[in-house]
Design a protein around this ligand. Sequence first.
Ligand code: AMP
Length: 458
Amino acid sequence: MTTFSELGLADEIVRAVSEHGYTTPTPIQLQAIPAVLTGQDLLGGAQTGTGKTAGFTLPLLHRLMADTRQTGAASGRRPIRALILTPTRELAAQVEASVQTYGKYLPLTSGVIFGGVGINPQIKLLKTGVDILVATPGRLLDHIGQKTIDLTQIKILVLDEADRMLDMGFIKDIKKILALLPPKRQNLLFSATFSNEIKELTDRLLNSPAMIEVARRNSTVDVITQKIHPVDRDRKHVLLSHLVKTLKWTQVLVFTRTKHGANKLVEQLGKAEITSMAIHGNKSQSARTKALAEFKDGQLQVLVATDIAARGIDIDQLPHVVNYDLPNVPEDYVHRIGRTGRAGAGGEAVSLVCVDELKLLADIEKFIKRKIVSEVVPGFEPDPYAKPQPIQLRSHPAQRNQRPGPASPRKTAPSGAVKSTASRSATPARPASGPRPAAGGLPSLTARRGSSGNRGRG
Ligand code: AMP
């Protein structure tokens, strides 16, 4: 079995990785690490859960160290040499935490910048200088506009979850950023799906890239028990409370289609004396961080999330995922249920399906190429005469008027406090987790169905 050191990584990196509990590289790492080490561009078909972050971070650290040795150790202000763009704040924070964890024995510095929090600490961070910067596109452009960032020394660019970035409407921002980067650089792009828009982006961005992909997630979700509970639309919350209580669920991630739906459900669960919080784009960064922290350490029974807000959340061995509403894009179903059953540990994904969602269910079953077991919960038999109603795909405009979320950072005035970490100790490292084979790979280079236009922005 190939080890991390056999892949050609520096000893300092291998040490950090093994201390973090990784014994063997995941399939995406086995492919990505040697490719990135050669300096060539890379197109990776991979999504969260495959180990892709280490797949690009480890060789990136190695290459920057080699560059540092070649050009002499940096003294004084450090130019940013690697830029990692991610769609959401949560993912940005997690990627930077990984950079710190894996780079802890290297004399490299990193920082993270994203919207929804104060810009001044970020300006200070950028003035001090970091070798590796993780950023969301909107806030990065704010810094560009304010001339508080210098991107002229970038040697490596990573676009992580590029499909999500496009879904969230970041394409113009990305193009503006690309135009400011030096032409000679290494580009790495990761995406779980490959729409025409992504293909256009990869064509313009990547130069003879190495192409890698790991197994389709929808062929490897076998470790996850999937179930449908048919139920009437207005009894879903009662059924959810019933399941949480009778089955004594303690850590449940629940997906709703809209931000408004998430808030409403939290209220309803509260009335049933179930502790829960919502994370979505209308929540402040501090509220999102708090919710996630409380959920992770077991204080919250239920975390209610919209699809986009849930991206990048890394919680080890989540036992239960509930689709309170079915997603309107079948791929999102796979993304959602992939939050459980990680590390081949098994897990349960339950979908509460009302008569309005039968078409969505049929699309999902077609996509995953299997029928999902349907089980009526006694006492929650759906009305056989109920007529389907059109599905509300987004929150009502009145509920969408404030958007400090990642989907609209351009509209948000810089304010509040930020987590910016030039100092390595400032960000807690992710807890070590046991070996995690890339079970649950991902949809491979397939075209994405549906478009951003009809999707609620988390
Ligand atoms: P990612 O796809 O980068 O979000 O990683 C998913 C999870 O896999 C994270 O919790 C990582 O800490 C974990 N992980 C990444 N690489 C390995 C590895 N080689 N062995 C065990 N776990 C890993």
